[in-house]
Design a protein around this ligand. Structure first.
Ligand code: AMP
Ligand code: MN
Ligand code: MN
Length: 342
């Protein structure tokens, strides 16, 4: 039988067996992606392994400080060829979808390299020889922390900071529905390992240029309420990114702000960074699951936080997404009240 503990045992064997590791994560990495990579790298280095980290996309400003001692390289054709040629194993963190590692995916076809996945997404294709994919984990960093403990490794302060950033960003600073007792226990252990929560949080959140807040203000000023106030739609145009000197990763946190409006079930952000390239981000406040709306269109995520990149205008994207949200709310209306069965 293939159980979660079998997969974890297989991963420990994988880490033991191999010596030259390449780590990667999903395109447009977030705090959990970078945090889990840095912590994983430090763990492997402490075991005498060789480690490189190579991502498709650059590290967002907010998380760059985590990489001071463990640099993360950004894809170029030549660099990727070199890194794949010298490694004997690839560990993919915070995604289990091959397409989500971006331009690294094609190098996988060309190199006989063993692959292990350490992820917590519901939507995954599990393309590794070893797949440790546990959707009940609040963050990939949480899973990495449990794996470290199983191997009797206590993270040093830098690794603990990286894990703390992964956990705190993926739980929205311990506010989302994935915040459970395990998340708080892990936070406590990381603080005991030397993390200063105030400092770590400030380093992540207090990195924005003033234009980012003006941009948030503009986008929020244009918010629309649909479905009797249960769906909030916000959108950002290429011109706004350009005028404020921002990139796609600068929208981090924006989609979460309208959740504070009373009665909201779903927030949808349509972020058009370049003309006809729209990144859709959906958030549910808890009663409806929105991951399938994204996975049906080629994206994915978690029941209460999901995304999908779409080609076409923001109007095209809205036409694909908003009717689906309407259906989810209609299903909610039709469902018997909690407790009433049969
Ligand atoms: P975002 O809206 O980009 O912050 O993403 C919310 C959640 O959905 C995160 O856990 C992402 O990792 C996940 N996600 C976003 N886009 C995709 C995608 N194209 N495929 C799979 N998962 C995604
Ligand atoms: Mn992520
Ligand atoms: Mn994650």
């Amino acid at each position: 039988m293939n159980t979660a503990s079998d997969a974890r045992a297989a991963l420990h064997g994988f880490l033991h067996r191999h010596t030259k590791f390449l780590l990667t994560t999903h395109v447009n990495p977030d705090g959990d992606a970078i945090g889990s990579e840095v912590a994983f790298a430090r763990w492997l280095l402490a075991r005498g392994k060789q480690v490189r980290i190579l991502n498709d996309s650059p590290t967002p400003r907010a998380f760059a400080w985590l990489t001071d001692e463990n640099p993360i390289e950004c894809w170029t054709e030549a660099l990727a060829e070199e890194r794949f040629a010298e490694a004997d194993a690839l560990v993919v963190l915070d995604t289990g979808n091959k397409a989500r590692i971006g331009r690294l995916a094609k190098h996988l076809e060309l190199h006989a390299i063993a692959v292990a996945i350490v992820d917590h997404h519901v939507t995954h294709d599990g393309f590794g020889q070893v797949n440790v994919i546990e959707p009940q984990q609040a963050s990939a960093s949480s899973l990495v922390f449990e794996l470290m403990r199983e191997a009797d490794w206590t993270p040093d302060t830098r690794a603990a900071e990286a894990l703390y950033v992964g956990l705190s960003t993926d739980t929205g600073n311990f506010r989302y529905s994935n915040t459970d007792a395990a998340a708080h226990r892990m936070a406590a252990a990381l603080v005991e390992a030397g993390v200063d929560p105030q400092d770590a949080t400030a380093r992540v959140s207090a990195t924005a240029p003033p234009g980012r807040l003006r941009f948030f203000g503009e986008v929020l000023a244009g918010l629309q309420m649909l479905e009797d106030g249960r769906v909030v739609v916000i959108e950002a145009a290429p011109e706004q990114f350009e005028r404020h000197g921002l990139s796609g990763s600068d929208t981090e946190g924006l989609v979460d702000l309208p959740r504070t409006i009373a009665g909201v079930e779903v927030v949808a952000l349509f972020s058009e960074v370049e003309p006809d390239k729209v990144k859709v981000s959906l958030r549910s406040t808890g009663r409806v699951s929105i991951d399938q709306v994204c996975s049906r269109l080629g994206g994915g995520g978690h029941p209460h936080a999901a995304g999908v990149p779409l080609r076409g205008s923001r109007e095209d994207a809205k036409a694909k997404i908003l009717p689906e949200l309407g259906k989810l709310l209609a299903a909610l209306d039709a469902a018997p009240p909690a407790g009433a069965r049969g």
